[in-house]
Every structure is written in structure tokens, then in C-alpha cells.
Design a protein around this ligand. Structure first.
Ligand code: R5P
Length: 214
């Protein structure tokens, strides 16, 4: 089974958490694209979707799913999103697609976070995937130096501008054994907008796309 098939199975499996009349928070990425396809089949049953990126907003619009403004809806019952890595405590690395900030906002506003991944994303210790950090452009060099002081090797994702007009540093060389503490610490560096560690608000449910889901 291909990795894309595994993503499709995970995306479709998340539909069991979607209830009639619901407002659904929608993440970003190739696994979420499969979820959006499945959600489109039930678009008449739901109230609409709160999107976490311009990319997902486009997909949702193309499939006729009403887009809702987070400021107008308050808390949302369900958020479905992928991840770049997931450990045994449901802590995640996210932001490989640069959507981490809006993803973190929608996840924070959601009562339940269902994470959809293929098996390659599961790890014992987070950090093999470089940790994305969104930074205010003028702070790039300062934040990079602060990260080096903490043992990381930041690499600027040159040419990428986030939906919020900011830049991304990908931090290599971390072995993240205390994700909550690291998330808190990196968040406090001036100029950091969002750390792609989802540990304080981690997933509630993780669905791993695999053959036995068929
Ligand atoms: O910024 C992107 C997001 O955090 C994605 O959820 C993450 O990169 C996983 O994407 P994919 O499902 O394409 O592997």
C-alpha cells in the first residue's frame, strides 16, 4: 500500500468524528486533502469549516464547503489535522507545510483534536523531522542565535513566506525528550511567532492509516 493510500485511509477514518450540524476545524497538508475530499461528500450535513491555511481554504471552497470565520464561531467541537511526527504521548511536530501558526490557533480553539497520519510519522522521540519555527522576519538572525545556544541547528527555509507574512527556521539536531518544556522555552524567545511543537495542546486522538482500516 502506498503512503498516499495510507494517508487517504487516515483522512477517511476521521469522518467517524464528524457529526451532523458540526463546525469542523480543518488542518493543512496532503493527508488533510483526503479528509477534505471525504468531508465534501457530507457537506450538506455540516454547518461549515474553519480553515487553518490559504491552501486549505482554496480546497474547501473548490469542494463547496462553507468557510467560517473563527472569530464568529467561538469554540469548535472538532479539529482534524495531519502531522510531520507523532510520539507515543500524542505530542506532534507540525509545520512542514509552513501552516503551523494558524493550525495551532484552530487546534487551541477546538474541544477535540483528531490527528491523521501515515505510519512513517510515528516516532519514539520527536526531532528527526526538523522542528519548524515561524519567526518575524527582522528577528530571524537573533532567533537563530538563541536556538544555537540551546543546541539546535536552525536552517532558514529561504523563499518561503507564511500566510502571516513571516519566515520559517527549520531546527535540526534536536532530540526532544521534554516537548512541553521545549515548546514553552522556544515560545519565549523574542521574535518567535509559533513553535511547531504541539505538546501543550497535543492531539486527543491519533488515527494511523494502515491496511487493516480497509
Ligand atoms: O504545515 C503543515 C502541517 O503542519 C501539516 O499538517 C504537516 O506538514 C503534515 O502534512 P502531510 O499530511 O502533507 O504530511
Amino acid at each position: 500500500m502506498s503512503q498516499d493510500d495510507q494517508k487517504r485511509l487516515a483522512g477517511r477514518a476521521a469522518m467517524r468524528y464528524v457529526e451532523d450540524g458540526m463546525i469542523v476545524g480543518v488542518g493543512t497538508g496532503s493527508t488533510v486533502a483526503h479528509f477534505i475530499d471525504a468531508l465534501a461528500e457530507r457537506r450538506a450535513d455540516i454547518e461549515g469549516a474553519v480553515s487553518s491555511s490559504e491552501q486549505s481554504s482554496r480546497l474547501l471552497k473548490e469542494r463547496g464547503i462553507p468557510l467560517l470565520d473563527l472569530n464568529a464561531v467561538g469554540d469548535i467541537p472538532l479539529y482534524v489535522d495531519g502531522a510531520d511526527e507523532c510520539d507515543g504521548q500524542k505530542c506532534l511536530i507540525k509545520g512542514g507545510g509552513a501552516a503551523l501558526t494558524r493550525e495551532k490557533i484552530v487546534a487551541a480553539a477546538a474541544r477535540r483534536f483528531v490527528c491523521i497520519i501515515d505510519p512513517a510519522k510515528r516516532v519514539d522521540v520527536l526531532g528527526r523531522f526538523p522542528l519548524p519555527v515561524e519567526v518575524i522576519p527582522m528577528a530571524r538572525s537573533y532567533v537563530a542565535r538563541e536556538i544555537v545556544r540551546r543546541g539546535g541547528q536552525p536552517v532558514w527555509r529561504d523563499g518561503v513566506v507564511t500566510d502571516n507574512g513571516n519566515w520559517i527556521l527549520d531546527v535540526h539536531g534536536l532530540r526532544i525528550t521534554a516537548p512541553v518544556e521545549l515548546e514553552r522555552e522556544l515560545n519565549q524567545i523574542a521574535g518567535v511567532v509559533t513553535v511547531g511543537l504541539f505538546a501543550q495542546r497535543r492531539a486527543d486522538v491519533v488515527l494511523v492509516g494502515a491496511e487493516e482500516m480497509r
